[in-house]
Design a protein around this ligand. Sequence first.
Ligand code: NIG
Ligand code: FE
Length: 395
Amino acid sequence: MSGSLLVDNIGELVTNGAGEGPLGIRRNAAVLVEEGRVVWVGPSAYAPAADHHVDAGGAAVLPGFVDSHAHLVFAGDRAAEFAARMAGQPYTGGGIRTTVGATRAATDEELRATVRRLRGEALRQGTTTMEIKSGYGLTVADEARSLRIAAETSTETTFLGAHVVPAEYADRPDDYVGLVCGPMLAAAAPYAKWIDVFCERGAFDVDHARAILACGRAAGLGVRLHANQLGPGPGVQLGVELDAASVDHCTHLSDADVAALADTAHSDGSGTRTVATLLPGAEFSTRSPYPDARRLLDAGVTVALATDCNPGSSYTSSMPFCVALAVREMRMTPAEAVWAATAGGARALRRDDIGVLTPGARADLVVLDAPSYLHLAYRPGVPLIRQVIRNGVPQ
Ligand code: NIG
Ligand code: FE
């Protein structure tokens, strides 16, 4: 779309910048967009003229959701595993190998179709930025093609060759770590921005995780980490040690873990350098206790919310669902949850051009079918996303 775009008659605008409260709310507002960027925010009554026009009709508008944790490149589903869990089986992460088998057997076109389908699903639910991980290939060729396909859809791509040790390396995990750090990383790095490790009992221990993340960082990738999902462990503190942008899950934290995260606080009071990304879809779908967001927030830790969309532990692409869960189950206020799903996700990706609606930001906006962001938690399960504008373009 060429020319400027004015979104006006916004009853409640969440800017995550200057304005009322922690969400920087402005009432009766308008946003002017040019060349994919926000260029002006102000009172609707004083809005400049533009080439194109969206009338929000008094509804709420917020930044597009930033889903900083998703696994979209896979084949098959694990509905039967979900049903078994709901009948009492515990989740151990072992089902990852089932998806690895199906993913290796899939064609590029099948994988691409799944990524597009899930990315489209998320977009219709207001997600304008979505990180995509590999991690269901676990061979040099299958990890490289997973990331090549992910990179067709997102610039936020993550190499997760260290998801689990694949069956063929079960009795020689050191050799698999050597493969991940050597030829697999070399093949994946051209398509990846980040490196991630599942640091958990049954996946990778802290020494292997440290070695793999250090190799990734030396290859120019940013560090993120799955940690403390299934039980307590050293993952979160390893993430802090390696200046990870985010440690994800954080379901089982000690006081020392929370303190280590809090110690990464920026001196200007803008939050922590390492973000705790909470993934309540995983606790929902594995019927596990939720992480305690309140404890992190009260310690000053920056919190993000993401879907963890994957066929095993959290097969949802819905950020509104995660916001509602976070409010109901994790002791977050609606404002904290909406911030975490927008600006928090941006922090977890070390981005300052998304998750906010202030001049200079990317023009990623969501118009709700509701008068307030509060409705995202107040009306769970209801399709409240009326319109999505991505990069200045109505979708
Ligand atoms: O984030 N924790 C590891 N990875 C995924 C689960 C993947 C699966 O079960 O297939 C997660 O929950
Ligand atoms: Fe995950």
